[in-house]
Design a protein around this ligand. Structure first.
Ligand code: FES
Ligand code: FES
Length: 184
């Protein structure tokens, strides 16, 4: 067993977990936060990307012990009301089809723009290795560059739905973090 302690979306979590537990499993199965998806489990697809201390990481490649002491942000913590520029731009550019890959792409793109709000097409291609079998890549590139312009306050997006929580979503609480048993 490994004793871990970390911050997930601003909340402190600590407890004992199996050594081999992956961060993605800890988030989804222990904490009940299912916004982070598993597409392949073999570090190929990027559906599981979260931020670890501000860096985009594939959470299926991180043992939970390696995240001990880290600050983790998942799609649930990035923005609950769709107000992040990447979310707004992806909606406006219709860069979402099935949506299964979307949380990982949003997390990878938001980490990129936090470091580089004006990425070139080549920089986007290098930073976003995420697979999308629906083939939204051209629109995805446009939406990330558009989100960069919004981040730089060079553009506002009026075509996307206003940030906000739909009535259905608002009726649901933010996924509760069911923390593991606290240390003795
Ligand atoms: Fe992690 Fe595919 S589930 S890279
Ligand atoms: Fe990405 Fe379908 S929108 S796999």
């Amino acid at each position: 067993m490994t004793t871990v302690s970390m911050t997930v979306n601003g909340r402190s979590v600590s407890g004992d977990v199996e050594d081999r537990t992956l961060l993605v499993s800890f988030l989804r199965e222990t904490l009940g936060m299912t916004g982070t998806h598993v597409g392949c489990d073999t570090t190929q697809c990027g559906a599981c990307v979260v931020h670890m201390d501000g860096r985009a990481v594939k959470s299926c490649t991180v043992l939970v012990g390696q995240a001990d002491g880290a600050e983790i942000t998942t799609i649930e913590g990035l923005s609950r009301d769709r107000s992040h520029p990447v979310q707004q731009a992806m909606v406006a550019e219709q860069a979402i089809q099935c949506g299964y890959c979307t949380p990982g792409i949003v997390m990878a793109a938001s980490a990129l723009l936090a470091k580089n709000p004006a990425p070139s097409a080549a920089e986007i291609k290098a930073a976003i290795p995420n697979l999308c079998r629906c083939g939204v890549y051209p629109r995805l590139g446009c939406s990330i560059q558009r989100a960069g312009r919004v981040t730089r306050r060079a553009e506002t997006i009026s075509a996307a739905p206003a940030p906000g929580i739909s009535a259905g979503d608002a009726a649901q609480e933010v996924p509760a973090i069911s923390a593991p048993e606290p240390r003795e």
